[in-house]
Write a protein that binds this ligand. Structure first.
Ligand SMILES: *[C@@H]1O[C@H](CO)[C@@H](O)[C@H](O)[C@H]1NC(C)=O
Ligand SMILES: *[C@@H]1O[C@H](CO)[C@@H](O)[C@H](O)[C@H]1NC(C)=O
Ligand SMILES: *[C@@H]1O[C@H](CO)[C@@H](O)[C@H](O)[C@H]1NC(C)=O
Ligand SMILES: *[C@@H]1O[C@H](CO)[C@@H](O)[C@H](O)[C@H]1NC(C)=O
Ligand SMILES: *[C@@H]1O[C@H](CO)[C@@H](O)[C@H](O)[C@H]1NC(C)=O
Length: 419
């Protein structure tokens, strides 16, 4: 029984060995197979004949931008891996094919349905909410193939969907600036008769006035002297005709109005020029800058050691620049960047630390020197302590000596009397 069990164990160990041998050979086998397939395919596969074949095709990831579109409107997706300036002139030897990621079927090239591929671009007309999803574009020629995916989200146009489908744009208070109607290039081939209509909160801005100017022949709306009330949702629309049908192509914009950012001359209010620290301990020196009403966003603040950047001078990170903090107290703005020593060593006492601050108005610098603090040292504690110990030892010794003597005297007496 035991023998049988051992045999089984041995056998299974043996089979494990042979499996692992196979596994070790697997990459080689795969490589040979791959080379064979590549060799054969180089001679036989014509890209146009196998647009759906995804083998040997490199996936280059998902495009960073998601397309948010409105239901009922035309949607055009371009292959993200093809540069915009090549859109109209992709090499005739390159085929661009599209499929939705949950479907193996390629989108057809002819206009049979709402969805087709034309000049390498995916057209959906009109788009429905269920078209939302991930689309994959495969670009292939005789020697090369790659894929990228694009995400499309189609929303019903409602007030509630505006935050999702709007492009954020920013203008500065009390200045004049443009809103731009984005991503229209597919629908406005002839720029001169481009007719864009602009809406604010669904009200048509049909008259040019001292506030809004619809700049003809461009996709821009000029807003004069931007005020806080100008913030909010805008939409712009062009009409597009396809096979006798008129479609709206609209884009939504959320205008945010920022306060004008003004700069002031920064003042370094900390550190004090000499910082006391004890060797071996952790030390933080904050460099604190006062800006008053000035903006923090354009002010740079950094530390250097012996005119070298901190991260270069201390590659091990013993001394490092901490997180930048921006805060306001009583409506006055401050920035702080700490320099952190973990720990302080003797070399720091000879190093020239400087805090720099710079904006467009000013450039300033402050030296900081680390000095050894004379407060606490073991020597100072140990000296009196050792004295006390010495005295104690002395007392004990003398005490014991006395006891010993009297003990001796006692035994003498015992001896004498006992005799
Ligand atoms: C398709 O995309 C969805 C969401 O983007 C993802 O969860 C899913 O794994 C993808 N499917 C395939 C086959 O790539
Ligand atoms: C195929 O495409 C790649 C990458 O775009 C390019 O470098 C190569 O020259 C193309 N080959 C042919 C035969 O067009
Ligand atoms: C801009 O608008 C503000 C009110 O919003 C007004 O006080 C100011 O005079 C205007 N400036 C110009 C140059 O029109
Ligand atoms: C296009 O949009 C405008 C404004 O939203 C609307 O008045 C018009 O009816 C729309 N046209 C079509 C064809 O949907
Ligand atoms: C900075 O320079 C001083 C003297 O030149 C030197 O003793 C010190 O080690 C230097 N510190 C660093 C971090 O290089």
């Amino acid at each position: 029984m035991e023998n049988l069990f051992q045999d089984t164990l041995l056998q299974s160990a043996g089979s494990e060995i042979s499996i692992s041998r196979v596994l070790r050979k697997l990459p080689e086998t795969m490589f040979i197979l791959y080379m064979l397939i590549m060799g054969v395919s180089a001679f036989t596969i014509q890209p146009e004949e196998h647009p759906g074949a995804a083998e040997n095709c490199q996936f280059r990831g998902k495009y960073f931008k998601t397309d948010f579109r409105v239901e009922g409107e035309p949607v055009v997706l371009r292959c993200p891996q093809v540069q915009p300036w090549l859109w109209t002139s992709v090499s005739p030897h390159t085929s661009l094919a599209w499929r939705k990621n949950d479907s193996a079927r390629m989108v057809p090239g002819k206009e049979e349905t709402r969805m087709w591929v034309q000049d390498g671009a995916l057209w959906i007309l009109p788009a429905l909410q269920e078209d939302s999803g991930t689309y994959i574009c495969t670009a292939r020629n005789a020697s090369y193939c790659d894929e990228m995916s694009v995400e499309l989200r189609v929303f019903e146009k409602t007030e509630a969907s505006l935050p999702f489908i709007s492009y954020p744009q920013i203008l500065t208070l009390s200045t004049s600036g443009f809103l731009v109607c984005p991503d229209l290039s597919e629908f406005t081939h002839n720029k001169m008769d481009m007719k864009i209509q602009w809406y604010k909160d669904s009200v048509l801005l049909d008259q040019d006035n001292e506030k809004f100017l619809n700049v003809k022949g461009t996709s821009r709306l000029l807003i004069h002297n931007v005020s806080v009330e100008d913030a909010g949702y805008y939409s712009c629309a062009v009409t597009f005709t396809h096979e006798g049908m008129l479609y709206n192509v609209s884009r939504n914009i959320e205008l945010r109005v920022n306060k004008k950012e003004e700069e002031t001359i920064p003042v370094i209010i900390s550190p004090h020029q000499t910082i006391l620290a004890s060797l071996g301990s952790r030390l933080t020196i904050p460099c604190k800058v006062f800006l008053g009403a000035g903006t923090q966003s354009t002010t740079m603040l950094w530390w250097m050691a012996n005119n070298t950047k901190i991260e270069n001078a201390y590659q091990g990170g013993r001394v490092a620049q901490g997180q930048r903090q921006e805060y306001s107290e009583n409506n006055e703005n401050y920035i702080e960047v700490p320099l952190i020593f973990d720990p302080v060593i003797r070399e720091d006492l000879n190093t020239d630390f400087k805090c720099f601050v710079r904006n467009t108005l000013s450039f300033q610098m402050l030296h900081a020197t680390v000095k050894e603090a004379a407060s606490f040292s073991w020597g100072m504690v140990l000296a009196p302590l050792s004295l006390v110990i010495l005295v104690l030892v002395g007392i004990i010794w003398m005490h014991r000596r006395c006891k010993h003597r009297s003990g001796k005297a006692y035994s003498w007496t015992m001896f004498k009397t006992g005799h």
